[in-house]
Design a protein around this ligand. Structure first.
Ligand SMILES: C[S@@+](CC[C@H](N)C(=O)[O-])C[C@H]1O[C@@H](n2cnc3c(N)ncnc32)[C@H](O)[C@@H]1O
Length: 311
């Protein structure tokens, strides 16, 4: 049975009650990508309450309108289909698909695609895109940590900047491995700890602390962790760049404050003074990383492109 999520109850709470999960999960990182915590203030519980964390994260992704951002990332899905050497007719599962980045890319090359996410409204946006291109895609609401599919049902599973945000990383990786047949491929795109988005989350984490006891999503962007997540797989990884192209740092900030759930909710949780401090830190990061000169913004966003083949 497919799990249905009620985001509304959580989304309607005052910002203070959702603060601990605004940053997708444990995103305060040291230079080596390990989680840093101020243990004088926070004692991580032995086992985090994954269900509660996930409910709050789900409300965070439902905030704003992620589809606006997702559309700009389309090239990543196209590249990933090439990296996994997609064949027409293959059964492809897109996990945490948002509004259909990898979904559309695979369907354009005649794969049989099932697109899943736990935010129904984002799947609806993917549906609109597929309909506009006359692409026959199946859409199904699903939790990446409990995929409602039989073992070995797919030739390929893909996730662009999606599965990396699940709180229980081992469970999510095991689910990807389970639904892919022997010899099948898992294709992932994940922001690296030291790249632009990795640094953005460190910045957000300094202003709005992430939930205790949960591993950083950016670990999916490190080769060492992938070896642990996919034992018994042949793992190939390469660093890639997605260029964020915006009119200015202010344009980027306004877009992400309005549409990108984690940034949108982080600002909503802060008072005016703290919002100004967060804004200043983000603009400083953008200006430091901008390679576009004075009149535009081009920020290289490093991510790890991964193909794990099930042996
Ligand atoms: C940054 S967006 C990426 C979306 C899309 N793959 C893309 O490349 O644009 C992260 C997505 O992961 C989804 N997500 C996070 N955790 C999930 C989970 N446990 N189950 C299903 N979807 C999840 C969110 O709803 C959101 O759509």
């Amino acid at each position: 049975m497919i799990k249905r999520w009620s985001a509304k109850a959580v989304a309607d709470r005052p910002p203070s009650s959702i603060t601990p999960c605004l940053v997708p999960s444990g995103l305060m990182l040291s230079e080596k990508g390990n989680t840093m915590r101020d243990t004088t203030k926070t004692i991580a519980p032995a086992t985090p309450d994954y269900a509660a964390i996930k409910r709050r994260q789900q409300a965070t992704w439902a905030a704003g309108d992620y589809a606006v951002i997702g559309t700009t990332l389309q090239i990543v899905g196209e590249r990933l289909c090439d990296a996994i050497d997609l064949r027409a007719g293959e059964r492809v599962l897109d996990v945490a698909a948002g509004n259909g980045n990898a979904t559309l890319a695979a369907a354009r090359h005649f794969a049989q695609v099932t697109s899943t996410d736990y935010v129904g409204a984002l799947l609806d946006r993917g549906k609109e895109r597929a309909a506009a291109e006359r692409l026959p895609v199946a859409f199904q609401q699903a939790d990446a940590e409990a995929l409602p599919f039989a073992d070995g049902s797919f030739d390929v599973a893909l996730s662009t900047f999606g599965v990396m945000f699940t709180p229980d990383q081992d469970k999510a990786a095991a689910e990807l491995a389970r639904v892919v047949r022997d010899g099948g491929r898992i294709g992932l795109a994940s922001w690296t700890p030291d790249g632009f988005i990795g640094q953005l989350f460190k910045t957000l984490g300094r202003h709005v602390p992430p939930p205790a006891g949960v591993k950083s999503p950016a670990l999916w962007g490190s080769e060492a962790r992938l070896g642990e997540l996919f034992p018994g797989h042949r793992v190939k990884a390469s660093k890639q760049i997605f260029n964020f192209r915006y009119r200015s740092p202010e344009h980027w900030l306004e877009t992400f404050k309005t549409y990108y759930g984690p940034t949108n909710r982080a600002f909503a949780a802060l008072d005016a003074v703290k919002q100004a401090a967060l804004e200043a830190d983000i603009v400083e990061l953008l200006e430091r990383m901008n390679r576009g000169g004075k009149h535009t913004l081009i920020v290289p966003g490093e991510y790890l492109e991964v193909v794990a083949t099930k042996q």
